[in-house]
Each structure stands twice: as C-alpha cells, then as structure tokens.
Design a protein. Structure first.
Length: 212
C-alpha cells in the first residue's frame, strides 16, 4: 500500500488549484493500492508560527503548564509532522497569490521545517536531507504567465515549494503540473483550465512508479 498525502491550500471553492486538488484526489482514489489522505490547511487548526510556539517548547522542557494557544500549536505541529511521516508521496495543490504561496500553507511548512525532522546538521556543519525516501508532486495554478524568462524570477511559489521539499528535505520530484495564464487570457480560460486538469489526471498515473 502506497500512502498519498494530498495537501489542499486554497479555500476558494472555484479556485483553479482547488479544482486541481479535487481532480487529483478523485483520480487517485480510483487506483488500487493507494491510501489517499487529505490535509486542508484552511480546515485544520493551525495557529501562526511565532514566539508562542517557542514559549511552549521552553515550558515543555521545564514541565510548566501550557496555555490553550501553546497546546494548540504543539498539537498542530505534531499533526503536520505525523502527516508527512506517514506519506510515501506528498502532493501539494496550491495557488500563487501575490507572487508566493498562501500564508496558511507557509504555516504548515513552518511546522515541518525542523532540524532533526526535515534535515539535520553534520558535525562539520553541513545540512543533511532527511526525507529522501519520499516523493512529492507540485500542483500549482497562477492566473498570470510566469514561465517566461522575464517573469520567472518573480515566481516565489513553485520555486519555494521545490526548495523546501526537494532542496531542504531531499524528496524526489515525481511530477509538476502548472496551470497558468487563465486570467491573463480570459477568452481562453476554459481551454487552459481544461487542458491543465487533463494533465492533473495524467499525473496520477505516475503514482504507479512509486515503490512504497
């Protein structure tokens, strides 16, 4: 059994990346031998990462009582890490908003971006990737066109996800599907989205190459 974690990072019902998420999950559930789990960053209780979490770490070490927020933060962080641990393949469906990823998705990444979990340092100070046994899939939607050489440097959504999951964690990129330009070319939006969703369906077929 191959465990597939599909992360939904858009709470807009009509969002293109929402459709990508729904299409991927629907197709993956048709495939035998896959255990498909979803994680909606907008439905989960995920307080933002900050000093409250560091306070919680200190209190746990000292055996002190936690506040409600501190308890929620620790529970949310552990749940996010457990979800990644259980997965053989992590699929991230997300939009590009304001050139980057939604804040709620960033919070999820803040939870798992931990030394000793995603990476560790060798005695020589070199970062060592710890998630090399996993693969990941990028499903991204962006209304503008950012694949051109001129616009690509502005793109901080897909690049960020790749740097975190692939570069820092060491996961292998299994596939990448990007739907772009549907807002820039509104007269072709339906065709652009439909073609992109077909590529999402085709992407599910690559799960057959995963050896859990």
């Amino acid at each position: 059994m191959t465990n597939i974690l599909v992360i939904k990072a858009n709470n807009r019902p009509d969002g293109v990346s929402t459709k990508m998420f729904e299409t991927y999950v629907e197709e993956a559930k048709k495939v035998e031998g896959l255990n498909v789990t979803t994680y909606d960053v907008y439905e989960e209780d995920t307080p933002y990462f900050g000093q409250d979490l560091f306070n919680a770490f200190g209190k746990v070490q000292n055996g002190e009582e936690l506040t409600d927020l501190e308890s929620r933060l620790l529970a949310a962080k552990q749940k996010a890490m457990d979800a990644i641990t259980a997965a053989d393949v992590v699929v991230i469906a997300f939009p590009m908003w304001n050139l980057t990823i939604p804040a709620k998705l960033h919070t999820f990444i803040d939870y798992i971006y931990q030394s000793g979990f995603m990476f560790k340092y060798t005695p020589e100070g070199k970062a060592l990737q710890l998630l090399t046994d996993k693969k990941y899939v990028v499903l991204n939607a962006r209304g503008g066109i950012y694949s051109t050489p001129e616009a690509q440097p502005l793109e901080m959504a897909v690049n960020f996800i790749k740097n975190v999951f692939g570069g820092v964690g060491g996961m292998q990129l299994l596939d990448e599907v990007i739907i772009e330009g549907h807002n820039a070319n509104r007269n072709q939006a339906e065709e652009i989205i439909a073609e992109g969703l077909q590529r999402v369906k085709a992407s599910v077929e690559k799960l057959a190459t995963v050896n859990a």
